[in-house]
Design a protein around this ligand. Structure first.
Ligand code: ADP
Length: 508
């Protein structure tokens, strides 16, 4: 196993189920890479541990090679071998764990959505810690993410710190409290955790069923630092309406809990260098943006008769959280108001996918509407660049990245005021907000009138005040959404936690 060289900064290891671009399902993948790169740039030593999925984008991993030792890890009363691979993704060193378990945990053609996800990811969490122990690593911070690697927190303190992997503080980030991974308490035993000890109200017991355990709750209880992905969402989840059953746990542990707004990877999302685009452009050269709009209209077979016809974009998972019914409404309302609409989305839920396929078929050869129902990274870049406006009518939104990417590409956001959207989109007509921060159109009530009010104001400005619209586009493109300031906040949390641990150790 490779050992890690000394570094003047902190040594941070992320254990995660996703990492962009090799294994990305949603925002989590972007965060692991974006935060990792930003911390590395600040002089910290950052490593990532991922499952070795069969469905990864292997062409985006540099120098992938298998290590010549295997790591043996416990599962369901037996020991299994894991082959460990190392490679570099976006300049970050990554360990990939390939379990030699007969259930072929990560050989399923998809990252999530399998009947045994609880077992697959509790296995992975333990194998990742086993790798760190056997490699003799001494990280300052082990950072785990979402329920899939939430098991790391109790495993670390109950099993691995006593075995000698005890240099680290544990940071847990929950990217979405909707997904908690609860399961029957007995399932916890397969990764070697003590069900009796942990299925208690003050530990991992689910707050709504005493025969179930909740990995996210476990990570809140057992981690030293708990974060979520925006300050507003951090407040929302501490209320009974927003906490999905965990508000009392979060309130009890509020001292170690905080919301930090995600950044975006401004290298990957840069209209001035983006090779997915027809033409690169910048805030000082918006002609390039117009050319992308024209090219995309041709590419999708939309009418090009009027260059001043506003184009509204939407790129999203089609799930209730994203306000799909409001997206559907926005398509029809845009058409009524004389605009064009392009939706790129896909749904893990079969009946939702079918419903949108119905709408897509209805508009198959339409001059002004196009729905593309798949996951397509290159088309997503093109839509951000080509659209004038970008709609995000989420019912709740922990952080949301699309509003920030849209602004970087000069597409003005129309967003519901919730979670991270509320922390990043500020209404141009709200006099209580200083002018320099106003950057989009917002609405509060998640209904059709709410969408209409914001969409109509956006169309009005676009159609009747071209100069103001252009200034707004340029202002949005110049906002700094890089990871720089968010990574500094994580850095500070890490450093304080490490300092506290060292101070406590020196007193014993
Ligand atoms: P979530 O993590 O809830 O899906 P975020 O806004 O945090 O939402 O992140 C969504 C990310 O996924 C963005 O980078 C967005 O561009 C991308 N994305 C969503 N749907 C698609 C799609 N159908 N094709 C390509 N990229 C998509």
């Amino acid at each position: 196993l490779t050992s890690s060289q000394a570094s003047p900064g902190l040594y941070v290891i992320h254990i995660a189920a996703e990492m962009a671009p090799v294994a990305k399902v949603g925002g989590l993948g972007d965060v692991v890479t974006g935060l990792g790169k930003a911390l590395q740039k600040k002089g910290h030593l950052v490593e990532i541990v991922l499952p070795k999925y069969d469905c990864m984008q292997y062409d985006r991993i540099r120098d992938l090679r298998a290590l010549d030792v295997t790591v043996e890890s416990y599962f369901d009363g037996k020991l299994f071998q894991n082959k460990v691979w190392v490679g570099t993704v976006e300049g970050l060193p990554v360990y990939f764990i390939e379990p030699h378990h007969p259930n072929k945990f990560f050989w399923r053609g998809q990252c999530y959505g399998e009947h045994d996800d609880f077992k697959r990811f509790s296995f992975f969490s333990r194998a990742a810690l086993e790798l760190l122990l056997q490699a003799g690593k001494k990280p300052d911070i082990i950072h785990c993410h979402d329920w899939q690697t939430a098991f790391v927190a109790p495993l670390y303190w109950d099993l691995y710190a006593p075995k000698g992997l005890n240099s680290a503080r544990i940071c847990f980030t929950c990217h979405n409290f909707e997904y908690q991974g609860s399961a029957s308490a007995s399932e916890l035993a397969s990764c070697g955790l003590d069900v009796q000890q942990l299925n208690r109200p003050d530990r991992m017991q689910d707050n709504s069923a005493n025969d179930r355990v909740n990995p996210v709750k476990g990570a809140i209880v057992f981690s030293n630092i708990v974060t979520t992905v925006s300050p507003t969402y951090a407040q929302e989840v501490r209320t009974a309406e927003g906490g999905r059953g965990l508000h009392s746990t979060l309130n009890f542990h509020s001292k170690k809990f905080m919301g930090i707004l995600n950044g975006i990877d401004t290298d990957a999302w840069n209209p001035a260098t983006d090779t997915f685009l027809k033409v690169q452009y910048s805030a000082n050269d918006l002609q390039g943006k117009a050319e992308n709009k024209a090219a995309m209209r041709r590419h999708l077979g939309l009418s090009s008769a009027d260059d001043r016809q506003p184009l509204v974009g939407s790129i999203t998972r089609l799930v209730p959280q994203k306000g799909m019914h409001l997206i559907r409404h926005a398509i029809y309302r845009t058409l009524e108001m004389g605009g064009q609409f392009v939706l790129l989305g896909s749904s893990p839920v079969a009946h939702i996918q079918r419903e949108f396929e119905g709408i897509a078929n209805q508009f198959q050869n339409h001059d002004h509407i196009r729905l593309i129902l798949k996951y397509d990274e290159s088309l997503s870049h093109y839509i951000y660049a080509a659209s004038d406006m970008f709609i995000i009518p989420s019912i709740f939104e922990p952080c949301g990245l699309t509003q920030m990417i849209a602004m970087r590409y000069g597409s003005v956001p129309i967003a519901r005021q919730t979670g991270g959207l509320k922390d990043s989109v500020f209404d141009v007509d709200d006099d209580t907000i200083p002018h320099q921060f106003q950057n989009g159109f917002t609405f509060m009530t998640p209904d059709e009138q709410g969408v209409n009010s914001a969409l109509e104001r956006a169309f009005n400005l676009y159609k009747h005040d071209k100069a103001s619209w252009q200034r707004l586009v340029q202002k949005d493109m110049n906002i700094d959404f890089s990871w720089d300031s968010s990574a500094s906040q994580y850095e500070e949390l890490y450093a304080k936690s490490v300092a506290r641990a060292r101070a406590a150790a020196s007193h014993t």
